[in-house]
Design a protein around this ligand. Structure first.
Ligand code: T6T
Length: 315
């Protein structure tokens, strides 16, 4: 029972509910609410969720709004609540705006697991699972330090304030850049998760400061657009670009030398652990309130290694 538009996970991870005799503890109904639809990061996470759910005899439905926006995610969540799942795995699109809508799900007796992003008060959830995003931002700066040992101007291309993950990455990068006197931190500009906006931010910044040595783009769409901006400015290989995530376009930009390093998260693992925590809560077992998953830096040198290939997201 593969739904239209279902993620192509590379193995049979369909958990369409055909659990004849396989369900262990009651055919749990899980719902996954993505930060946004059509994002390779959440698609890869969905693969991990389905894989683990299938092992448990649980069913999964996946929904995401067309934009990374709490005003669009809220009605998606409300319709998911109305479908009465046992647990919801959700990537909240804003640390404060999604607090109340998620509390409403909890009030209906639904177990909540936060995957990827979190809330100002994550206690509404049984578990919150994410990458170490502050460390990821710092690692991005360290990659630029290696690529541009003489220092210079560096720019951040973020998404929008209020997203726990990208805010932490931007801060990790900014703090590390400010701590190295060889570098001048030019601040962060926000793409609103729109690659075209990220491209124009980069073009304009390179016109204003043609001597920029490094750019850190803190998520997939910002990084994709930053690469476009670099190409438009004819600066491939002249400015060091480090992007978070490892979507298909990003891998291409790394291969063709527009981007120098990617910090790949482990969305599949976040999904697997999210399901495990949801099932534990449903069985009345104890939860891990906070789980941090790993990341891998991919460069041109490691892109074709087994590790590099495994780190690439599923489209
Ligand atoms: O970087 C991921 C995710 O971790 C972040 O919260 C939002 O953007 C992505 O989904 C990539 O587009």
């Amino acid at each position: 029972a593969v739904a239209l538009g279902a993620a192509a996970c590379g193995s049979d991870t369909d958990s369409g509910g055909t659990t004849a005799g396989g369900a262990k503890d009651g055919n749990y109904k899980l719902a996954f609410v993505q930060g946004v639809a059509g994002d390779a990061f959440y698609i890869t996470m969905e693969c991990g969720i389905k894989e683990e759910a299938a092992k448990e005899g649980a069913t999964v439905t996946t929904q995401g709004a067309q934009k990374f926006d709490p005003t669009l995610q809220t009605p998606v969540l409300q319709s998911v609540i109305a479908s009465k799942p046992d647990a919801i795995l959700i990537a909240p699109t804003d640390v404060s705006a999604m607090q109340q809508p998620i509390a409403q799900a909890k009030a209906q007796g639904i177990k909540i697991v936060l995957v990827d992003t979190t809330l100002n008060d994550p206690s509404v959830a049984v578990s919150a699972i994410s990458s170490d995003n502050t460390a990821g931002g710092k690692a991005a700066f360290e990659a630029i330090q290696k690529l541009a040992p003489n220092g210079g101007k560096v720019l951040g291309v973020g998404v929008q304030p209020g997203i726990s993950t990208t805010d932490a990455r931007d801060k990790g990068f900014a703090d590390a850049a400010k701590a190295d006197s060889k570098f001048t931190y030019l601040g962060v500009q926000y793409s609103q998760n729109d690659p075209a906006k990220a491209a124009s931010i980069v073009s304009a910044a390179l016109q204003k400061d043609p001597d920029i040595v490094g750019i850190f783009a803190s998520n997939l769409f910002s990084a994709q657009g930053s690469a476009t901006g670099i190409r438009q400015a004819g600066k491939q290989g002249k400015v060091n670009v480090v992007g978070f995530d490892a979507g298909p376009e990003q891998i291409k930009a790394l291969q063709d030398g527009t981007v120098q390093a990617l910090i790949a998260q482990q969305p599949g693992d976040i999904g697997v652990q999210g399901v495990q925590q949801a099932i534990k809560a449903l069985k009345g077992e104890s939860n891990e309130a906070k789980i941090q998953t790993g990341s891998t830096i991919i460069t041109k040198d490691t892109i074709d290694s087994a590790e590099g290939k495994a780190a690439a997201y599923k489209a």
